[in-house]
Each structure stands twice: as C-alpha cells, then as structure tokens.
Write a protein of this length. Sequence first.
Length: 146
Amino acid sequence: MSSAFFVARHSAFKSSFYGLYFAGSRLAGQSFALADDPVTYYRIKANATTRAFEAAWPNGPLAAAMSALIAGDVYKDLAEVRNVLAHRIAPGFEHRLTLGAVEKEYELAWRGQSLATLIPTTLHTAEEALASLWQAAADFFAPQPA
C-alpha cells in the first residue's frame, strides 16, 4: 500500500513534466528536440522539460515554476522514498516494534516520521506542488488578449 502511494505520487509529477514537454514542443519545436524522436522519449524527464522551457522562453514563469519544483524538497523527497519502496530496498527506513503488556505495535518510519503521518503529509504537500505547477502551466498556455 505505501509503495503504491509513493509510486503514484511520483508518477503524477513525471507525467506532468512529460505532458508539458510535448505541449511546449508544439509551440517551440527547436527547443524540444526529443519530441521528434520516439527512440529518445524515455529521456523526457523533469530536468529535460525544464531546460527546454528555459531555452524556449528564458526567464519565463512556467520554467521558473518547474525549476523551483524540481529543486524543492517535496519533489526530491518523494523521488527518494519512491525509489526505496519501489525497488524493495530498505536503507533509511526504521522498523520499530513496541512490546506492550497486551499487544505488539509495529511501525514503519522514514526519517523519524511514521508512514501513518508521512502519507497524508506527503499527499498534501504533493498536491500543493502540483497545483502550483499546473497553475503556472494554465497561465502560460492561456489565450492572450488581442
């Protein structure tokens, strides 16, 4: 359950950047060379999308929003947790077992925060980060008044 949550959240970011790359390629194809070569589609990631937008529209607010998002802790932490869980490796995870008089409690934690609190916190911050990215994209692609 927890691995599916983090994989899906990270995928939402990756898909957003992938889609924005192709949308940008329709407006400024020369800066989005990967869009013309299906063999290189796998290289379209957050960094490639950000660089392409920066090349096509230097100092643009959408490129700045992308750059801020991939440099921020939300994106980095989400990617790290996703990689650990998706690949079934466990460095960094804390396994806690509390023995009580009547029952045992097991808790899985990451960086001192239990998954029970990490998941809703991550959901909230990821939604905010994606909303910010998509608002910048909506503003960028909105029709301009004549």
